[in-house]
Design a protein around this ligand. Sequence first.
Ligand SMILES: Cc1cc2nc3c(=O)[nH]c(=O)nc-3n(C[C@H](O)[C@H](O)[C@H](O)COP(=O)(O)OP(=O)(O)OC[C@H]3O[C@@H](n4cnc5c(N)ncnc54)[C@H](O)[C@@H]3O)c2cc1C
Length: 498
Amino acid sequence: MEQFDIAICGYGPVGSTFAGLMGKLGHKVLVIEKNSGPSPTARAINTDGEQLRTFDRLGIAERVVENSNEIHRVHFSDAELKPIQTIDQPIGVSAMGWPNQILFYQPELEGFIRSSVEAIENVAIKEGTELLDFKDDENGVTLQCKSSSGTEEYRTKFLIGCDGASSSVRKKLQVNLDDLEYNQEWLVIDAHLTQKVNIPTNEAMQICNPKRPGTYVPGRRGHLRFEFKMMPGETSEDLEKDEKVWELLSPWINENNAVLERAQVYSFHACIAKSWRERNVLIAGDAAHQMPPFMGAGMGTGIKDIANIAWKIDLLLNGKASKNILDTYQKERHSHAKWTVAQTVTIGQVIEGFCAAAEGKEYEPKGPSYDVNFPHIPSGIYSDPQDMISGIPVPQPLLMRENKKVLMDNVIESNFALITKDQDLNLSEKAKLISNSLDIKTIFIVSEDDVEGRLDGIFNKYSTILVRPDKYTYGGVSDNSEVSNMIESLEDNFSLKV
Ligand SMILES: Cc1cc2nc3c(=O)[nH]c(=O)nc-3n(C[C@H](O)[C@H](O)[C@H](O)COP(=O)(O)OP(=O)(O)OC[C@H]3O[C@@H](n4cnc5c(N)ncnc54)[C@H](O)[C@@H]3O)c2cc1C
């Protein structure tokens, strides 16, 4: 039976990105996917600067940006498409070193991810292969799969279920979902312009029409995304008819200037798995959480899951941490993901609030306001997260290296890193031991670096910070004699074997 370090069930955007990260770290990876080829239709359309940093590790971030569109404004509009409220979006390169938010076309994005993964020799991809069952014991997991050539068995140290909303891995583990009780059906339409049309290309719209709430999002190179709520008494068959679809699209496009890719009713849910790991089996992406698409954050939340787990499994496979490190995955990611699910529901409620107001009705939205800042991770950090530095991704400056400007992530690579202006950190023996074992890099910031001042907020408060391999700031110290304590604390926090 062939042996692997990691088996990934599902070659969607989350599973494929994870395969790329683990493959590039040198581990022997198996990907099992029941279908063949990238998903032919767009679902996810929106990504952010943090995910682009993960895509950069696969060497594809520039291609993703080149094949994308940027939104300058999001309007909440009335039924006549007149803005009621407008939110300006930051455009251009952000403190993440990449654009803050861009719109991509999912089949193209999956193609970019796959071309990167498929160039890695130590990643085996079995498409047209379904995971039927698995058995988890003390030392690993035995997988039973089915393909056109019959049944196959594989052995792996870890199995990660990136197998989407109806995850069979989650079901086999008998993990229940916490339901945030937002269940609605919406018609999702993707269309492509065949001619230039006078419609907004950099403005998205949440249409607060009480008779038919909707969403308009202009994607890259004439790709357009529309979503319309299915109203009481309607059926999916009614809504998916071409005639009905073109009627709904008539304020923007028609059959003479655009073609339809698909029009399909989706059930939107808001839920999160109660448990994300059982022994050697973990779940990530839609298998662990689902949300309506109003914030465009479903795939992104999954990409953040696997960026969190990749370096922890890497330490484990390299014998540098014990299995307890895997307990930190759900601790760090669950509340973060739950916040995203809840905020997405809140955006749905904002739309409903405006719709109610248009009909002169009262509406009392539940939950926090949608503009609450994105939260820090609640554990796996050293300093007080109220500093707005720890537990969130570190800003990414350009550094001058060998007379060239390079993004800091390309200097840190997949390591922990101390970022400091101090040449002499004078570490304790224990801190040196941990630093050597983890290969912690020290990035000296000199005057030619960070001319944009992206790290200014950090150096106003701290003299040195420690950044984790997922580029989240672990913590900072204002007195460099405390750097050793910060490094030493990694041992307990991540169950290191030193
Ligand atoms: C209309 C719509 C709009 C959206 N818009 C956005 C957006 O703008 N931004 C965003 O971030 N997200 C968005 N999302 C969410 C996003 O599409 C999902 O979060 C994302 O695709 C999840 O990726 P995944 O890899 O976890 O799962 P999936 O993409 O569902 O992939 C799971 C894979 O596992 C395979 N699989 C399942 N079971 C097995 C098995 N037993 N054996 C082998 N293979 C198996 C499946 O064939 C599939 O390929 C949207 C979703 C919808 C429906």
